[in-house]
Design a protein around this ligand. Sequence first.
Ligand code: NDP
Length: 333
Amino acid sequence: FDSKEKLGIALVGLGNYATHQLAPAILETKHCYLAGIVTGTEAKEAVWMSKYNIKKENVYNYDNFDSIKDNPEIDIIYVVLPNSMHAEFTIRAAKAGKHVICEKPMATSVADCKKMNAACKAANKKLSIGYRLHFDPFNDQMMRLGQNKVYGNRMDINTDFSFTLNDPNSWRTKKKFAGGGPLMDLGIYCLQGCIYTFGELPTELRAKASTKNSALFKDVEGTMEWEMTFPSGKANCKTSYETPFASYLTAKTEKGTLELNPSFNYDGLSGSTPDGPMQVQNVNQQALQIDAFALNVLNDTNTIVSGEMGLRDLYLIEKIQESAAQNGKLIQL
Ligand code: NDP
């Protein structure tokens, strides 16, 4: 592949994840290059143009973004904005005739997810969600061992993804931007992990929200804990912005423990099975995720991390929030 055969990506929202993970990952892909940027911060333009050799005519802001439809160098738009802005920019990207990768959570409501899927379908453009762990060999091993019931038919899962958030100005503490607390941001990985380890959907759930620092977490919960019942077992999940860092998924099987710890990080993942350590290597998850989508576009195949999957997860997140709002009411799914 020379550069003409590579697909051009434009990143929308040049924050932490775009700057420190996605842009460097695009350099590691085989089928893509960073062709453009969309930013609301003028000062970032020159820095990115020189660092990634981006042409001035491929630089957009949120107001002139729709004119990207006239730019044949941009094939894929990658939305990396605060959660509540995902829907608007995914829909505008589809209307501009571009394929879209949208970060997780897909949106802040089921209703918005449906609009996003409909817009991409109407424009005949592909949409995928930034679920990088589907391209990670440790999580892939967990899916394979769990779904094939290699260690028995029943499992009990415990999982936690948490970190301490101290920044009162972060959009993550504001419902208007985040749509919810750590559940939207981190707990979505626990939810995904349970579903792909069982290879099943939950049949019922109950949830409890709590907050220690109510000055910082006025608007969203500080911690969410929830239980789910699956056809083949149970899951206990936790996610928090006010406990020390945790990132693990442990499945107690009939023949011993299957575990990823850490499970949800970008790098340094580690896994063990009743037969010993998992014999796989860490990879650049984002590079593989982006390349897989490029191949979906080039070969007209379906993504394994679709807008339908993003919608499914928002449906379950809304049910978790609904249960928590009703003091842990059991919800049948
Ligand atoms: P940041 O706050 O670091 O960056 C968000 C960027 O969005 C800002 O830098 C800004 O870019 C732009 N923006 C536009 N309007 C606003 C606004 N009103 N408030 C704040 N920012 C605004 O967030 P992250 O990079 O951590 O997260 C962005 C998205 O990526 C989220 O949806 C998050 O869930 C997801 N994410 C996914 C990860 C994964 O592992 N898959 C990991 C981390 C995040 P500019 O200045 O260019 O306009």
